[in-house]
Design a protein around this ligand. Structure first.
Ligand SMILES: Nc1ncnc2c1ncn2[C@@H]1O[C@H](COP(=O)(O)OP(=O)(O)OP(=O)(O)O)[C@@H](O)[C@H]1O
Ligand SMILES: [Mg+2]
Length: 378
């Protein structure tokens, strides 16, 4: 188990002072995979490096398996080699002059482990990453994915208390990344490894995590199970950052606190939606987040329960398993995913229906990639 409390790390140069990590706290239970997810510069790597002992924080505490590895106030700092944590980075970090076997075994040399035990652990680790047949091959003569497996085997061979991953798949091509994603998840679950995984790739985070921690500007925005984070984001930042979503601007018109629902006045008409934080008030500026797959073609008879908007088909593309369409609704562009049989000629007028429970109402805030910059991200 890893406990991080109130972690702070500042980088100061002559000209500027960057608060890279600003009061971050989270817990990783034994055997769980927790992902730190967020845009470039939000402090993911710095947080991970503090856990590893590669950075000295300015404030906070970190415990690994109930013993403190950092406590700034108590002046405790356990050096990285004594923390017994395995690390896997973006670069494969294999030694090119060694075989696959030697690359993994090397991590165990000088640790007062017998030859026989080194061999046993090395072969076990290679088996876990499915490289048993490659033991004698020179490490450079492997594909990128296989080299990354060597790096993972090396981290596993040391029998670490936890594994720390920093964007380990980002140097691989898209297909291999998908394969390695499942592979990593299988491995992590099979070995029951406590892991922290850093990525800015939201689909990777959704696929491999037990918990996702969303970061922005050195702080934690929210944490949740992948399905919760995707279906019921608690902030506009998360809704926008994770997956594709439609964001419709509006103003709160009525609040039903007991049901957790609000009515919102938008340029596309009145709509109902879920208030995930239960703190919206009449008149608040908000945006409704609706995933493209939650939009449906409305039948002729509307049962009166759902939100309905009218639009015109700008373009519809057949994607095999679905039809993806872009609609012009009032002044807004709406993305929808329909079943593969949907027939949507360009220019046709249609009506969309969507469930208020799938319409998440989030307090409006500026988003980095919409021009007006909020927070300290680069
Ligand atoms: N050694 C350093 N000296 C000065 N500033 C640094 C240093 N390392 C990181 N920073 C700054 O701290 C902030 C957080 O950096 P960090 O590397 O943790 O981000 P990240 O979330 O891992 O981003 P990315 O997705 O690009 O890897 C950034 O503003 C970065 O410029
Ligand atoms: Mg990073």
């Amino acid at each position: 188990m890893i406990i991080v409390e109130n972690l702070t790390k500042i980088f100061a140069t002559k000209t500027e002072r960057v608060v890279a990590v600003d009061g971050v706290g989270f817990t990783v239970e034994a055997g769980e995979m927790v992902t730190l997810l967020g845009p470039s510069g939000c402090g993911k790597t710095t947080t991970l490096r503090c856990v590893a002992g590669l950075e000295r924080p300015h404030g906070g505490r970190i415990q690994v398996d109930n013993s403190p590895v950092v406590d700034v106030e108590a002046k405790t700092f356990v050096p990285p080699q004594s923390r017994n944590l395995g690390m896997v980075f973006q670069s494969y970090a294999i030694w090119p002059h060694m075989t696959v076997y030697e690359n993994v075994a090397y991590a165990l040399e000088g640790k007062k482990i017998s030859r026989a035990e080194i061999k046993k652990r090395t072969m076990e680790a290679l088996e876990l990453v499915q490289l048993t047949g490659f033991a004698e091959r020179p490490a450079p003569r492997l594909s990128g994915g296989q080299q990354q497996r060597v790096a993972i085997a090396r981290a596993l061979a040391g029998r670490p208390k936890a594994l720390l991953f920093d964007e380990p798949l980002s140097n691989l091509d898209a297909r291999l990344r998908g394969e390695m994603r499942s592979e990593l998840r299988r491995l992590q679950q099979q070995v029951g490894l406590t892991s922290i995984y850093v990525t800015h790739d939201q689909s990777e985070a959704l696929a491999i995590s037990d918990w996702i921690i969303v970061m922005r500007g050195g702080r934690i925005v929210e944490r949740g199970r992948p399905t919760e984070i995707y279906r019921t984001p608690h902030s506009l930042f998360t809704a926008h950052f994770i997956g594709n979503t439609n964001l419709i601007r509006g103003r709160v018109d009525a609040v039903d606190r007991a049901a957790g629902m609000v009515k919102v006045e938008t340029a596309l008409g009145p709509m109902s939606g879920l208030d995930p934080n239960g703190d919206l008030k009449d008149g608040d500026a908000v945006r409704l987040s609706i995933r493209p797959e939650d939009m449906h073609l409305a039948g002729d008879a509307n049962d009166g329960g759902g939100n309905v908007i009218a639009g015109r088909v700008v373009v519809a593309t057949f994607q095999g398993s679905a039809v993806e369409a872009e609609l012009a609704c009032g002044g807004e562009t709406i993305q929808c995913h329909f079943g593969r049989d949907a027939d949507l000629p360009r220019g046709s007028e249609i009506r969309l229906e969507f469930d208020p429970k799938a319409s998440i109402v989030l307090r409006d805030e500026p988003l980095e990639d919409e021009g007006s910059v909020a927070g300290g991200d680069d």
